[in-house]
Ligand binder design. Structure first.
Ligand SMILES: Nc1ncnc2c1ncn2[C@@H]1O[C@H](COP(=O)(O)OP(=O)(O)O)[C@@H](O)[C@H]1O
Ligand SMILES: [Mg+2]
Length: 586
């Protein structure tokens, strides 16, 4: 048993019992002694008065006078005590144990003195005569001829034996009670300490993190209230923890999924938190958290902003270019997080990658510039030739025909450009009306190919489409698909050498259908491939212009594919040819 509550309770219980029994024994022994002595005294006093009476009636029935010595001896025999009769001067007249002549004057003995004063004298004293402690009781007596004192004496050695016996008895009872209490403590103490042990183990378990631990104890006492309060507390903690963990999870999910980079620098300048977007954007290393921001943040502009905000405690917002993952334009917002009553502050950094926005802005700017330029060229040509026609004197019929053809061509180009721009803007504004229905891709390709074959024939190019023997059905908009294939074929024809052929193929797969348009033209440099779907982007501007191209054909294809949820890709080898593929999902 260690120094547990159980042990302490056990010790306290036994100690209390022992002290209590000790006190009870002492008190009992003391009370017994007192009572016994008093009753002995009372007996002796009673007997002394009897002897005093005998002294009063000294005359026997036959008229003889009894001697005091005789009275003493016979009284002592009856009372089994020493009896002494002393006259008023203190002289001993009779004694049951010693011859009166041997005894000195007794008037100074305290009990005798008291009795001579008419009182009852009681005294415990060492007897020189008998060489032991004695109890003396003396009472006055008188008769017709004289007066004196009757003294009774009893040795206390007998008394000590009685006391010892009594003490033994009391001790036995106390020992019995002690043993009983000891045995009882083995039953009672576990009974009282069990709830404490249960509460202790529950509290320990909770301290280790098991917050759903409860105590199954139902009593009305303080321990019952403690257990109930503990259970309530556990429930509250569990609920609060659950709420906190839900909030934490939600916050974590928000921070992890937000596209903005979020970073928190603690008041000591250490990095406390960085969400995945920030880690990616800043190229942070795995052990960055906990390190000083000056070691982890490499961009000079950010360090400067953080330093400024730490000093000024004012928000700072700037757009900077980060070179960690390609050149990204990032808007950095550095905010001081000041807590109430605190002098120091955390610093919150929010990164917003605006590269795409910047790029789109640039694209829009380029687009406006391109549109103006593309429109200006034919208009200038038209007005130029119209003016020449106007001014020409004599009007050479050959020139008129030539100039009119040029004007017509440029007007045609303008009209195509305007139509294509309108198509694009409609596609971008999402205002195209799709007629989604089950259509046969095989059939659409076949009709488009035969329509475009005329144009191809004019350029001395042939188109081959091995028509499939069955319908390839998808749910889509026939007109849009026709336009996609027309644009791809138009390019293939435009960029093919005279006499070469174009192969169109339809691959029917369980979940998709892929249309491929393959030509043997000049091909496209790999570096240009990602850009050919941009508006007005042309690999060879002069050639495209000569062939009447606007640079919008592939941009329209890309947009249409997006609207139809299809995928377009281009594959090309310079000098060998290009293949454009469109994947439609079933
Ligand atoms: N089949 C092809 N072969 C080679 N180059 C092509 C082909 N298709 C498109 N291109 C290149 O992609 C550019 C963009 O095409 P497109 O948007 O249709 O404009 P364009 O009006 O010039 O045809 C063309 O200018 C051309 O340089
Ligand atoms: Mg084109």
């Amino acid at each position: 048993m260690n120094k547990s509550y159980h042990y302490k309770l056990f010790t306290a219980f036994l100690l209390t019992i022992l002290i209590f029994l000790g006190l009870l024994t002492a008190l009992g022994y003391y009370q017994f002694k007192n009572y016994y002595l008093q009753s002995l005294e009372a007996r002796l006093v009673k007997e002394a008065y009897l002897v005093a009476d005998m002294c009063w009636y000294r005359t026997q029935d036959n008229g003889l006078v009894r001697s005091y010595q005789d009275i003493c001896v016979s009284a002592a025999r009856d009372a089994s005590t020493r009896v002494t009769i002393i006259n008023s001067q203190g002289m001993v007249w009779g004694d049951s144990e010693v011859s009166p002549q041997q005894l000195d004057n007794h008037s100074t003995r305290p009990e005798v003195y008291a009795a001579l004063q008419g009182k009852t004298g009681v005294e415990i004293r060492y007897s020189d005569t008998l060489k032991m402690d004695m109890l003396y009781v003396a009472v006055p007596f008188s008769n017709q001829e004289s007066s004196g004192v009757v003294r009774m004496a009893m040795p206390l050695s007998d008394l000590q034996t009685i006391y010892d016996h009594a003490l033994m008895g009391i001790l036995m009872v106390a020992l019995g009670c002690g043993c009983l209490a000891f045995l009882l403590s083995f039953v009672l103490i576990p009974y009282f300490s069990r709830p404490i042990r249960e509460i202790t183990s529950a509290v320990q378990e909770m301290a280790r993190g098991n917050y759903n631990r409860r105590i199954s104890m139902h009593s009305e006492d303080e321990l019952g209230i403690l257990a109930a309060s503990f259970n309530d507390m556990g429930q509250h903690i569990e609920q609060n923890l659950q709420q906190i963990s839900e909030v934490k999870d939600r916050l974590e999910a928000i921070l992890s999924n937000t596209v903005n980079g979020i970073l928190l620098i603690g008041r000591e300048g250490r990095l406390i938190y960085a969400n995945p977007a920030a880690v990616l954007l800043l190229g942070l290393e795995a052990d960055s958290i906990g390190r000083n921001y000056t070691e982890t943040l490499t961009a000079f502009e950010i360090l400067q902003m953080v330093d400024e905000v730490r000093q000024s405690r004012k928000q700072n917002k700037q757009s900077i270019v980060l070179h960690t993952r390609g050149d990204r334009t990032v808007e950095v917002n550095v905010v001081p997080v000041i807590y109430e009553g605190e002098t120091s502050q955390d610093i919150l950094l929010v990164f917003n990658d605006i590269s795409e926005m910047k790029r789109l802005e640039q694209v829009r700017r380029d687009f406006v510039a391109n549109v103006s330029h593309e429109l200006k060229t034919p208009v200038a040509t038209i007005s130029g030739f119209a003016e020449t026609l106007w001014d020409e004197e004599g009007r050479n019929p050959a020139n008129v025909a030539e100039f009119s053809r040029i004007i017509y061509d440029e007007a045609q180009r303008l009209s195509t450009l305007i139509n294509e721009l309108l198509t694009l803007s409609r596609l971008e504004a999402d205002t195209v009306n799709l007629n989604l229905q089950k259509i046969d891709l095989n059939h659409i390709i076949a009709t488009t190919v035969s329509r475009m074959a005329i144009l191809a024939g004019q350029k001395g190019v042939s188109i081959h489409y091995p028509e499939l023997p069955r319908a390839v059905e998808i749910c889509s908009d026939a007109e849009s698909i026709e336009q996609i294939i027309t644009n791809l074929l138009d390019n293939a024809i435009k960029y093919s050498h005279q006499g070469s052929s174009i192969e169109v193929k339809l691959e029917d797969q369980p979940d998709r259908a892929i249309v491929r348009v393959k030509d043997h033209g000049p091909g496209i440099p790999v570096s240009e491939l990602p850009r050919i779907f941009e508006r007005f982007y042309r690999v060879d501007k002069a050639r495209s212009r000569k062939t009447g191209g606007t640079g919008l054909g592939l941009a329209i294809v890309k947009h249409l594919a997006e609207v139809l949820k299809a995928q377009v890709s281009a594959d090309s080898t310079l000098g060998i040819g290009s293949t454009f593929s469109v994947t439609f999902f079933k």
